[in-house]
Design a binder for this molecule. Structure first.
Ligand SMILES: *Cc1c(COP(=O)(O)O)cnc(C)c1O
Length: 427
């Protein structure tokens, strides 16, 4: 495979951009490769600067549920562009998208738009703290909620009382307000809440963990969290930046029938443009400036281009049978990869919720970060490189989710399964 232009551009990029990339995972470091520079994309395929074509399961890390460059989204964004791309004043487009989100996700009574998932979770936490007048927050080890200071904290052990910052530059004084529990382990949550009684403002969780690979919630776990939050006056925040509009039109909360107090969204609601959103009960959302005192703002928030891409994307998701079709494609692919591994005598633990799928390179089951972290990442790295050679573009890390889009054809899926069969045999 010829990739001289990507190699050249990466060399050049490293002089002007730290690590040559504008977001760390893009650098392919954990799989021992150099990143491909992408020129364009269409449907299920992306094309790099050397004109190699790949079947894409990254989908810009989640947003591209329709595949790339859906003609209806492209046409609408072009038309909006002609009217001016930013005013810093209210537009009808913002009201339209807000109403669509509220209709899709019943627990959201009011919503505010921001420009990224990071902003959404950061702002939701500020609001939860303002609403409860409490400082502490609780998150789960292995869950990712963007890169704001308070959320860049992982667990020491499951029962660690105080957070340890993951990154230099995060003051220990900030991180100490972040408690970290074990995903799928309600006792670890109960213990921390009891030890910090009356001090926990919110619990934030990916209801389907998608940033340590794909880890579904165990039966009853989300329900138990809901009850605990209600009993203790804690705001329950579902971070559905990834799962929102992905696993169902109403997100993970529709799939599992558990209602959070607040929800954060991103990725798909921007249709590939930069958008995030946070919403929830009116009683909580009304505390946000200017109707309340909790401050939050954004020069490009509710940007017309981004609103347009979101509106058109959501419209297309409402087609009857859309999610069933996506589910069928995803289960075919997931089962095909699992069978390919089994036939090759290679052990993997396969997970899927809707069009979020993952093959853990692990003999054992994965239900939390402790078990996810025992995966054979060296074998995954080799598998990733073999798949790339076969023309399949996966996320360059074991701890990511693969996204199936509605644009993936039967031929794409069969070619991917054949590539997996070949790659597992070569491991
Ligand atoms: C991607 C993601 C974020 C961060 O969103 P950005 O737009 O990258 O800031 C937050 N939470 C979850 C669950 C995500 O998957």
């Amino acid at each position: 495979m010829q990739n001289s232009r990507s190699v050249c551009l990466f060399k050049q990029a490293q002089n002007s951009i730290p690590g040559g990339v504008n977001s760390p995972v893009r650098a392919f470091r954990s799989v021992g490769a150099d990143p491909l520079f992408i020129k364009r994309a269409s449907g299920s395929q992306i094309i790099d600067e050397d004109d190699n074509t790949y079947i894409d399961y990254v989908g810009s890390w989640g947003p591209m549920i329709l595949g790339h460059c859906h003609p209806q989204v492209v046409a609408a964004v072009k038309q909006t562009m002609d009217n001016g791309c930013s005013f810093g004043a209210p537009t009808e487009l913002e009201v339209t998208l807000a109403e669509m989100v509220i209709k899709a996700v019943p627990s959201i009574e009011m919503v505010r738009m921001v420009s990224s998932g990071t902003e959404a979770t950061m702002s939701a936490i500020r609001l939860a703290r303002g609403y409860t007048s409490r400082d502490k927050i609780l998150k789960f080890s292995g869950c990712y909620h963007g890169h704001s200071d308070a959320l860049l904290v992982k667990a020491g052990s499951g029962a660690a009382t105080f957070g340890v910052p993951d990154s230099p530059g995060v003051p220990a004084d900030f991180a100490k307000h972040t408690l970290t529990a074990r995903f799928n382990d309600i006792e670890s949550v109960r213990t921390l809440v009891a030890e910090n009684k009356g001090q926990v403002a919110c619990i934030i969780i990916e209801p389907i963990a998608g940033n340590m690979g794909t880890v579904p919630p165990r039966e009853g776990f989300l329900e138990a969290l809901r009850k605990l939050c209600t009993d203790e006056g804690i705001v329950l925040i579902f971070d559905e930046v990834m799962s929102g509009f992905r696993v169902a039109y109403g997100g993970a909360q529709q799939v599992y029938g558990v209602t959070p107090d607040m929800t954060t969204l991103g990725k798909i609601i921007g249709g590939g443009l930069p958008v995030g959103a946070f919403g929830g009960k009116k009683e909580i959302m009304s505390l946000l400036s200017p109707s309340g005192g909790v401050y939050q703002a954004g020069t490009l928030s509710g940007n017309p281009l981004a609103m347009t891409a979101g509106i058109e994307t959501l419209k297309l998701l409402q087609r009857p049978g859309f999610y069933q079709e996506l589910d069928d494609k995803s289960s075919y692919l997931s089962a095909g990869i699992a069978k390919a591994a089994k036939d090759a005598g290679y052990p993997i633990y396969s997970t899927r919720v809707g069009s979020m799928i993952c093959a853990f390179f692990n003999k054992n089951e994965v239900h939390d970060w402790d078990s996810a972290s025992t995966c054979d990442t060296a074998a995954f790295a080799k598998y990733f490189r073999l798949m790339l050679e076969e023309g399949v573009y996966l996320a360059p890390s074991q701890f990511e989710t693969a996204f199936v889009s509605i644009a993936h054809s039967q031929d794409d899926l069969d070619r991917t399964i054949a590539a997996a069969a070949k790659s597992f045999k070569a491991l």
